[in-house]
Write a protein that binds this ligand. Sequence first.
Ligand SMILES: NC(=O)c1ccc[n+]([C@@H]2O[C@H](COP(=O)([O-])OP(=O)(O)OC[C@H]3O[C@@H](n4cnc5c(N)ncnc54)[C@H](OP(=O)(O)O)[C@@H]3O)[C@@H](O)[C@H]2O)c1
Length: 266
Amino acid sequence: MSTILLTGGTGHLGRDLVPALTGAGHAVRLFARNAGQDSSMEWVLGDLATGDGVDEALRGVDTVIHAATLSPIARRGMRLVDFFSSPSSVDIDGTRHLLAAAVRRGVSHFIFVSIVGLEFSTLPYSLVKLAGEQLVRESSLPWSVVQATPFYYLLAQMLGGLKWLPVWPLPTSPTNPADTRDVANYLAEAVIDGKRGMRPQIGGPDTMPFSDFARQYRDAFGLNRLVLPLPISHKMSFKMGLVATDERLGERTWKAWLCEERMRAR
Ligand SMILES: NC(=O)c1ccc[n+]([C@@H]2O[C@H](COP(=O)([O-])OP(=O)(O)OC[C@H]3O[C@@H](n4cnc5c(N)ncnc54)[C@H](OP(=O)(O)O)[C@@H]3O)[C@@H](O)[C@H]2O)c1
């Protein structure tokens, strides 16, 4: 069993990673700016952007799972500014601080959570994230990179932002977003299987046109909206982050996820 330092443990994926890792018997230390609600966990406070607390957090750690990110789009939805810039303080500077400290502390496995298709996207966030991934790949540490398709919560957030529109013109590009619990379980496997390097990418079990994902969302929440299927080129789809992978598939479907969300909202 490993002693793991997890960054991003208070985020969407991180909250599912904690039970996946502790359930597998690992000792998990959470690196965060503010301690989360679970006082049974070991919290080490610090800030990836400045590097504060990073070195201390790595004392006695053999595996790092770096799942922290600073994505303004994921935090508050897409704005015009996101087409021009994205902060690099966490995904590049923070990754650099963490890697340097991990080398000093002799960490034996550095696992980086990344995104499918970053190399095709021109969004500033994707470029920043790709630069962070590149730092890991160039590191002298034994590393793994796990690339996942966009998470269901992000898709729901995006579609929720369209509610004010009576007609939704949406691309028909095939895509298979994933549930964070499936990605968390896959990452937990990566801690113990001994493999290093680029891992098979993970996506959700259903690959279908993006417009069909929107239809299922609309129907699940009983919205009276017209989804207008809009065929676009592969190049444009990839640029928009509409990607798919069949290398590794999660189990939880979009329909099942929507059903859970609807119950939660009641
Ligand atoms: N969202 C997607 O669709 C998607 C798809 C594929 C892969 N990924 C990758 O999966 C990982 C998790 O994504 P997510 O959507 O779960 O992210 P998220 O919900 O936005 O959570 C981000 C996490 O990073 C932490 N963080 C931000 N700035 C920090 C700083 N300066 N110092 C320390 N921690 C900081 C946040 O802590 P606070 O609580 O303090 O803010 C939070 O725990 C990321 O690597 C992301 O690139 C995401």
